[in-house]
Design a protein around this ligand. Structure first.
Ligand SMILES: *[C@@H]1O[C@H](CO)[C@@H](O)[C@H](O)[C@H]1NC(C)=O
Ligand SMILES: *[C@@H]1O[C@H](CO)[C@@H](O)[C@H](O)[C@H]1NC(C)=O
Ligand SMILES: *[C@@H]1O[C@H](CO)[C@@H](O)[C@H](O)[C@H]1NC(C)=O
Length: 556
């Protein structure tokens, strides 16, 4: 893969109350029609795929459990170009309610696929949302109030993989999802239940975005080629979902992701935050955005190559550098020049030609050695297997998701077969220099200033978006808590390791990694020792413990 190709995750929770809700009503056998009071949505005919011609009739806010195995269509008046279609599925996790569907964008020209799995712990005890509506807005968002009066306990998360162009099915099926791909032919359904899934603690969405990724597709070849464009669709999706299914009202939302998620998530979270301000002005419900969680991300590009040198030629990952001295000297020599060129062409002022030249130089001088080493760039402790993504799981996931039975189970309508990462989307983003042109760290700083918690975590064996590069940018991030963060000590964080515990020693404590955080944990940086780019793939126990503590607002 020529572009940064890794899945990432993304969690979102939204809290909304009930006003301004419009649900499209359709009768059996008739095409979808917007609600009668929704004149703005009535103008353009909405292109609806044939299979949705039969819709569950519905007219009003609904409980998610009312959604059947046939598509139900949802809409909101203020997103006239957007529709959400959702159906129940028996895919992946028989212990919870699972759903799949599409966000139809631009009058049905684009379709973004998602999975939604309820939490295994406490998805929703079904308390009447009216209890919540009776409370003043400020109280509605209080955790104590929600737990006491509503019993709607588990947070909402959205996981989005990276790339750009990679499908969140990868995160689902080889990392944190309720089931993982069966690599041993041990099950009849192609998947194995994952006891370390993050839906142990949260309701979780997996979204294939932008259009062109995974099962998401465009009707007429339209594309979304920048993160800023993608953000508007993500916001519409979340708004429609949460304003329709009121049982999720008031719940904290977390956006989580990996890799290019380091670029996507701060932008998506900022869009949600800014749109909340608009909602307040207009007297509409807001989304209870709580945190952003980024695993092995790419956020501030200025430290990337320095980090790669440290992984390859230093002892930041392994006890001994694995790269040849000759290659390391070449890298070390090129590094200052690479940084100077990037500073000048990409950072101080962005010039597409200059920046491209800088990136080409840096990649040539600083990434060639890694490519020749035969190691897995996402986990330097392993060889690169299978295709360019280096994991055998990729082929198996594609085989499973291309089966006609699987597509049927999921309600897939994309005309193409599944691909883990779309080279078309990847190169479109590359053409816009999406990664290099924007100082994404400023979004992170802005979110922190507004009290949105940020967790940056990184497996130490990753080279691609390595932990050193992440540590360096987090250290130099300019915000009002910078000095406090700098003063904080590095600590070890640990888990009670069930696998390591023998019958004699039930709860062996094992070190998971190192952590530094502001005293209140608002900004937390954590490493996971011995994990690669896809932390939940390599260290599922550690990853789940980390997420559970983060959601519970405990320090790591
Ligand atoms: C698929 O099969 C595995 C192993 O037999 C089982 O654990 C899992 O629950 C099954 N998944 C579904 C969705 O039925
Ligand atoms: C998987 O197992 C089934 C029977 O359980 C067998 O028919 C099939 O050939 C096996 N597939 C592979 C790839 O080993
Ligand atoms: C999808 O994959 C199946 C099975 O490999 C193949 O028969 C079919 O032609 C493919 N469809 C497209 C649109 O590529």
């Amino acid at each position: 893969m020529t572009f940064l190709s890794i899945p990432w995750a993304f969690l979102l929770v939204i809290v909304l109350s009930a006003h301004h809700l419009h649900i499209a009503v359709a009768n059996e056998g008739q095409p979808q029609r917007p609600g009668a009071d929704d004149s703005s949505a009535n103008q353009a005919p909405f292109a609806v795929p044939a299979s949705t011609a039969k819709l569950t009739a519905y007219g009003g806010p609904m409980h998610l459990s009312a959604v059947s195995a046939r598509y139900t269509t949802l809409s909101l008046a203020r997103f006239p170009g957007h529709r959400v279609r959702i159906k129940k599925t028996s895919f992946c996790d028989p212990t919870v309610n699972a759903y799949t569907g599409y966000l139809d964008v631009d009058e049905g020209a684009k379709h973004m696929f998602f999975y939604f799995f309820e939490s295994r712990s406490d998805p929703d005890k079904g308390t009447a949302p009216s209890t919540l509506d009776a409370l003043p807005l400020t109280l509605r968002h209080s955790l104590f109030i929600r737990r006491t009066f509503l019993s709607c306990q588990d947070d909402m998360m959205m996981w989005i993989n990276g790339g750009p162009g990679c499908s969140s099915s990868m995160g689902l099926l080889m990392e944190l999802g309720p089931c993982n791909i069966d690599m041993k032919n041990a099950s009849s359904n192609g998947t194995i239940w994952n006891s370390y899934s993050w839906n142990e603690a949260a309701n979780i969405f997996f979204l294939d975005q932008p259009v062109g990724v995974g099962f998401s597709y465009a009707q007429f070849g339209e594309t979304v080629e920048t993160t800023e464009d993608a953000a508007a669709n993500v916001h519409a999706f979340i708004s429609i979902f949460f304003e329709t299914f009121k049982q999720f009202s008031g719940r904290p939302l977390h956006l989580s992701g990996e890799s290019y998620g380091g670029r996507y998530l701060p932008v998506f979270a900022s869009e949600i935050y800014d749109q909340n301000a608009v909602a307040v002005r207009e007297g509409r419900p807001t989304i209870n955005l709580q945190s952003v969680i980024i695993g092995n991300g790419i956020t501030d590009i200025s430290t990337l190559y320095e980090g790669r040198y440290a992984i390859e030629c230093g002892r930041a990952a392994l006890d001994m550098p694995f790269q040849s001295i000759k290659a390391c000297v070449r890298m070390k020599t090129a590094l200052p020049r690479c940084q100077k060129m990037m500073q000048r062409g990409c950072i101080e002022h962005f010039d597409a030609l200059e920046c491209s030249a800088a990136v080409a130089f840096c990649d040539n001088e600083l990434s060639t050695g890694m490519a020749l080493s035969g190691r897995n760039r996402y986990d330097i402790s392993k060889p690169c297997l299978g295709d360019g993504l280096c994991y055998l799981e990729n082929g198996a996931i594609k085989a499973l998701l291309d089966r006609p039975e699987t597509r049927k189970l999921l309600g897939v309508e994309s005309p193409s077969n599944f691909s883990a990462c779309s080279p078309v989307v990847g190169s479109a983003f590359a053409l816009h220099m999406d990664k290099w042109a924007h100082p994404t760290q400023h979004y992170v700083a802005s979110l922190l200033e507004r009290g949105i918690r940020v967790l940056i975590y990184a497996g130490t064996y990753d080279w691609q978006c390595n932990w050193v590069a992440n540590k360096l940018w987090v250290d130099k991030l300019t915000w009002s808590g910078q000095a406090e963060y700098a003063k904080a000590e590095w600590k070890t964080w640990s888990i009670q390791d069930k696998a390591a515990g023998s019958s004699l020693n039930h709860n062996a404590i094992s070190k998971a990694g190192n952590v530094r955080h502001t005293p209140d944990g608002l900004l937390t940086f954590a490493t996971i020792v011995g994990a690669g780019h896809m932390v939940p793939h390599d260290k599922p126990q550690e990853a789940l413990v980390m997420i559970k503590r983060w959601l519970a607002r405990e320090l790591l």
